[in-house]
Design a protein around this ligand. Structure first.
Ligand code: PFF
Length: 467
């Protein structure tokens, strides 16, 4: 059924894969979530554990996903079915693919809500830059943010708007839509972030920010777990996004080099974003800082605009910054949608446009409870599950604590123990040549990744929540 489709399969061009995959990885997880969890865990050692998690758990699983994707030229469910056929593994492994679809569906539905905020703040900052940013506006940012969240129509509208743009890109195909969009947006994102980093290096808070991020201090077990869990989310692992993108990669490309480049870029952006945010925040006198940190999850929307306008050039930089965060979010939502759409194309034989519009519409619907759970509907806002309040937090908890770690565990175990070694080695060496680290890679997949993920699952079973 799928062989026919595979022939006409779209492919990424040169650099297309690395940029699109880096676009998937780099998103709100880097610019919104990493800085605030780094802040909550007091930087320093948290960052070190995070770097180790990327290197020892993230990079090997990233490579495993692209190996599976390119070998089978299939989306996640189809990939495990195809391997069952060609290399005798059990069809039962397709649960990993199904879990990926569930995760993509769930994450996209709430991710689009938060992505919508970034687009809204772009427009808002543009307005403030033109009409003047007054002290009254600065003081009202905190309180008005609550009202913004509780505006159900606005939240739903922003969510639908963001998914509509995503649908538009994905409907245009892998090369014409995904690759073209990421090839424009990613370089812009890098350039503007570097510019912002240069500007922030001249602020009074820069050295404190550097010290905060890179000092060695105490770390709690919870902090370490959070760092490992976040490595999955930030690299888009555990749900088949990289299997899907890997299925469009040419056989001339080196997969290990691509995987390492993607991990490197993702980490670089998370560190740069934190450095920029902390430099701006630490530039404010300590006394004035305290109150702004009470809600670290909203730093990006309440604290940062205020800081921007307190610094020279902030009126220009702030809309640019929010536009850039929207770009980063868009290249991630594109990959989330592509995972599900590719299932309908590869396994069900649907046309791309039909699949994209159908899935996009379903996700918009499923996103409504998340959009309304920030104060607009008391029913959705008051729901609680395992200590997570509100529908959006609950689905985030399920995806980040269960779906992604379980999916990652499945991929590590499958590739490490079940997939024939000659097959994985062969696929890695196509386009790369001899892979000297094959044994190390296998060891990490077989022992280190399952142990680390097992630790996460055990902690979650014990009531810990990372969302
Ligand atoms: N990696 C994205 C981020 O850090 O924002 C989130 C994400 C995108 C997760 C795509 C999973 C995925 F498949």
């Amino acid at each position: 059924m799928s062989a026919k489709v595979a022939k006409a399969r779209d492919r990424f061009g040169n650099f297309g894969f690395v940029l699109a995959a880096a676009g998937s990885a780099i998103g709100l997880g880097n610019i919104w979530k990493f800085p605030y969890i780094a802040y909550e865990n007091e930087g320093g050692s948290f960052v070190v554990v995070y770097l180790l998690a990327i290197l020892l758990i993230g990079a090997p699983i990233m490579l495993a996903e692209v190996v599976i994707g390119r070998r089978t030229e299939q989306s996640p469910v189809g990939a495990f079915l195809a391997l069952a056929k060609s290399s005798g593994t059990s069809k039962g492994w397709s649960w990993v693919g199904w879990l990926g679809i569930l995760a993509g569906f769930t994450i996209l539905s709430y991710y689009a809500v938060i992505a919508g905020w970034t687009a809204y703040y772009f427009v808002k900052c543009l307005g403030w830059s033109m009409s003047g940013f007054t002290p009254e506006i600065a003081d009202s940012l905190g309180p008005s943010f609550g009202a913004f969240l509780a505006n159900g129509w606005l939240q739903t509208g922003l969510q639908v708007f963001f998914i509509a743009i995503t649908v538009g890109v994905v409907a245009m195909g892998v090369k014409g839509g995904i690759e073209r969009t990421t090839k424009i947006l990613m370089p812009v994102l890098f350039a503007v972030l570097v510019l912002l980093a240069v500007v922030s290096s001249r602020t009074a808070g820069f050295s404190e920010a550097l010290n905060f991020l890179f000092h060695i201090g105490p770390i709690t077990a919870d902090g370490a777990l959070e760092a490992i869990g976040h490595a999955f989310f930030t690299l888009s692992l555990g749900m088949g996004a990289m299997i899907t993108y890997g299925s469009y990669v040419s056989r001339r490309q080196s997969l290990p080099r691509a995987a390492v480049t993607i991990c490197f870029l993702d980490t670089l952006i998370a560190l740069l974003a934190s450095l920029i945010m902390f430099s701006i925040i630490f530039s404010v006198p300590e006394a004035a800082r305290e109150e702004t940190f009470t809600k670290s999850a909203t730093i990006l929307f309440t604290t940062l605009p205020r800081m921007f306008y307190a610094m020279p050039g902030g009126a220009i930089l702030s809309p640019v910054f929010y536009l850039l965060v929207s770009f980063a979010a868009l290249t991630s939502t594109i990959s989330l949608l592509e995972v599900i759409v590719s299932y309908f194309i590869d396994v069900k034989g649907w046309a791309r446009r039909k699949a994209t519009v159908f899935v996009g519409a379903l996700i918009c619907l499923f996103g409504v409870p998340s959009a309304l759970s920030l104060g607009a509907s008391s029913f959705f806002s008051d729901l609680t599950f395992k200590g997570n309040g509100g529908f959006l937090s609950i689905v985030d908890y399920l995806a980040s604590n269960w779906f992604l770690p379980l999916g990652g565990l499945g991929i590590a175990l499958f590739t490490g123990w079940w997939l024939a070694k000659n097959l994985s080695r062969d696929e890695i060496e196509i386009g790369h040549g001899k892979f000297a680290l094959y044994g190390v890679w296998l060891f990490l997949l077989r022992f280190v990744c399952p142990l680390a993920i097992g630790w996460i699952i055990w902690a979650v079973l014990g009531g810990r929540s990372f969302a």
